[in-house]
Design a protein around this ligand. Sequence first.
Ligand code: ATP
Ligand code: MG
Length: 559
Amino acid sequence: MAAVAAEADAGRDFIRDIIAADLQSKRNTGVVTRFPPEPNGYLHIGHAKSISLNFGVAEEFGGRCHLRFDDTNPTKEEQEYIDAIEADVRWLGYDWGQHLHYASDYFEQLYEWAEDLIRAKLAYVDDQSPEEMRLARGTLTEPGRDSPFRDRSVDENLDLFRRMRAGEFPNGARVLRARIDMASGNINLRDPVLYRILHAEHPRTGKTWSIYPSYDFAHGQSDAIEHITHSICTLEFEDHRPLYEWFLDKLPVPSKPRQYEFARLNLTYTVLSKRVLTELVRGGHVSGWDDPRMPTLAGLRRRGVPPAAIRDFVKRIGVAKANSVVDVGMLEFSIREVLNKTASRRMAVLRPLKVVIENYPEGQVEELEAVNHPDDPTAGTRRISFARELFIEQEDFMENPPKKFFRLSPGNEVRLRYAYFIKCHDVVKNAAGEIVELRCTYDPATRGGNAPDGRKVKATLHWVAANSAVQAEVRVYNQLFAKPAPDVANFAADLNPNSLEVLSDARLEPSIAETNSSEPMQFERQGYFARDPGSKPGRLVFNRTVGLRDTFAKEVGKS
Ligand code: ATP
Ligand code: MG
């Protein structure tokens, strides 16, 4: 085991240190972790941190990781979410093998354990209203008050609890509570609720149950049933740990997992609260859970983000015990790192401006060679066609340029990538005074992009041939929120009004349209773009995965 532990040294953190020590001291003979999502929403980048940690340590220490749905609240949970969560975990690159579990698989066992607690006088049925219970709970500085129902007999408690299960009482009429200590300094130990009445249909158990266990009562015992060794969760559960341990101590559970807490991921310009993400979807602020502006794994995937970039990102940020906020620029950095290595280069003009090369013969088309990846010769080359009429990017031309503008302007020579040097002579405008066309000439001696006389140009522009280029819609995404720390209580006020820019008349080099791949490509000088799943021939749609440089601060600043 020591050898296995040593191998994990690379990405060391306090969780891995604990596990390595537990194996070394033989406290554990193997490692079993779990990722326990509640199926009440889609997974987001924060969950990716937890997934990578749980599946990652299991892999590194030769153990296993379970996927367990914490499906104890049927009013909020749906099959759609279960399916999406499975797909997202697989997409991230992790496999739970045979170990797909549901807390609902343990409902019968949990129920029996609740009766055990009643028999041991460690649980009671409370008839107080939710409001009365809340008032009697006390505060951080004041102890709570005992419920008038706290000393019911075992028989009465058993009878009432069984009738709760049988569906005799309406929602909220009674609860089963642990009988611990209403004066505890830890509010979680002030007789927490174990079961509540809920006449609701469950996605998996249907109408079998009219009572459902609380998160606290289900979670630790589910871990114990599955022989989880290290139950890793986020810091907000630190105060629940004494309760977690109380249950494991009082119940005849088959194993004793231990809980460890780490800091959740927070990202600038991003909200990772499932409640807010749900409201963004339901309120129509985004097009769905997979809107490419969403921090969900489905949204990131649709934007073209490769799973390797997400794994790289969570590895970079590490695992710590103190909460912090990570700059969203770090996620973008990881995306660029991966795509820079893997993405094919292509030319696409997002906002076209027509260029006519006056000295190029009408009707002539010539094939030029373009490289697919500048750092990877094995990616090969492709043919692109050059002709008299081309498109360049509107922003690459200025009629009256300032001093430092080196791109195309009247009289200034530039290089068209892989093609020729050109010069602009005339600017054609429409009645409104807008530039609609440039009249240029090319130098035939500069074929391939170099002048035999050694003269230099200061700019190289991307371009496409007007006749053969394919029209497409390109969606350029910016941060969904305009503020680095959006206010979750009033998130709508902090939305970035310019988070989506639709460019409906982009022109693509034909090879972009020919491939069926959803792998992102680099559109030279523009960024990385991936075909949208809704794209079809005749109506091509591309999403910008990420720009080439870190410009988001500027973009957000514009709004
Ligand atoms: P809620 O419980 O409010 O519905 P949640 O985001 O905690 O939302 P869960 O489905 O319970 O959702 O989360 C599953 C696991 O993912 C939990 O173990 C949780 O600690 C972890 N997790 C959730 N959000 C983050 C985050 N931002 N960073 C790291 N881990 C997270
Ligand atoms: Mg949770």
